[in-house]
Structures are given as C-alpha cells and as structure tokens.
Design a protein around this ligand. Structure first.
Ligand SMILES: [Cu+2]
Length: 179
C-alpha cells in the first residue's frame, strides 16, 4: 500500500491522533439491548432523518462535537441505492465550516497500524445495496474547520454523486460518547 499522499493527507494524518483513537473506540459492536427493567435515559429519541435524491437515500448523517480549535473531524452517513444502476459518491464540501472535505478510507496495514487514505475515485454504491460511512472505515474528513462543532447542532455538507447530482445533508453533531 504505497499510495502517495497529498499535502492535505499528510496534514490530516498528523493532526487527528485523538480522532483516530475515538474512531477506534466507537468501532466496537453495538451493545445488546438493555434489560427492560432499566429506566429509559432522559434522552429523547431523535426522529430518523432521511434524505432522498434520485434513487439514493441518505440516513444516519452525523459527526461529533469538536474541542475548541479542533481543525479536523470525521463525518459519517449511510447511502442506499434503490436504483438499477450503480452511482458514485464523488466528493463533498462544507464551505461554511470546513476548508475542504475529503473522502477517506481507514484501513489496517500489514503490521496492524491503522491509517487513512483518500479515495480519489470516490465510493461506488451498487444498485440494491447500502454503503455505510462509519467509524473505522470510509468517512468524510472535514479539514480546516473554522468553528467548533457543538453537540445538538447540525453541520450542512453537500454531497456530490455522479448520477444523482448534489444534495445537502445536515450532519447531526453528536456528543462524545462517555468512555
Ligand atoms: Cu480521514
């Protein structure tokens, strides 16, 4: 795996050691359902936000709150293609909040080191399939944030698809999960 790195990638790799750790932490399998006796936590279930363009349905669009002066973070979402042809996520932008948004993939090297690399050809969503951008895998890398991301707010990101076109989706800003 010797993909040459762009200057942006280098910057991205150098900065978010904490992002990487948190991403790994969030990668654990979901916990089994809580026993019914346990009282519900006072966190209202947010309605599931779903966005459609053409044959595509976007859901679970989310990112995390950032520390003050944090300059990079990752965004996640799920894309479903109900069409009969493949489509491709070419890229994204968040001009109000980030200097650039790159499509990255996280993978493990032969010696077990996690690393990120850009996906210059985008991400294909096969017909009838669902692709999840999720911690530990493919993600949107928001680079050069000009504001602190606050939990409970949203961050609009414009997604560009090869066939379906462009769609702006608000990423829900989530609080850091307690460790
Ligand atoms: Cu990344």
């Amino acid at each position: 795996m010797t993909t040459p790195m762009t200057p942006l990638m280098t910057k991205c790799l150098a900065a978010p050691a904490t992002v990487l750790l948190l991403t790994l932490a969030a990668c654990k399998p979901t916990q089994p359902p809580a026993p019914p006796a346990e009282p519900a936590v006072a966190e209202p279930a947010a309605p599931v936000a779903v966005y459609k363009i053409g044959a595509l349905t976007i859901s679970e669009a989310r990112t995390r709150e950032t520390p003050p002066h944090g300059t990079t973070t990752a965004g996640f979402l799920t894309i479903r293609n109900d069409g009969s042809e493949p489509d491709r996520l070419l890229g994204a932008s968040a001009t109000a909040a980030a200097a650039s948004v790159e499509l990255h993939e996280m993978s493990s090297t032969a010696d077990g080191v996690m690393q990120m690399r850009a996906l210059p050809d985008g991400l294909t969503i096969a017909p009838g399939s669902e692709v999840a951008l999720a911690p530990g895998g493919v993600h949107l890398m928001l680079i050069g944030l000009n504001q602190t991301l606050v939990a409970g707010q949203t961050l609009p990101v414009e997604l560009s698809f090869e066939k379906a076109g462009k769609l702006t989706v608000p990423l829900a800003i989530k609080a850091f999960a307690p460790l």
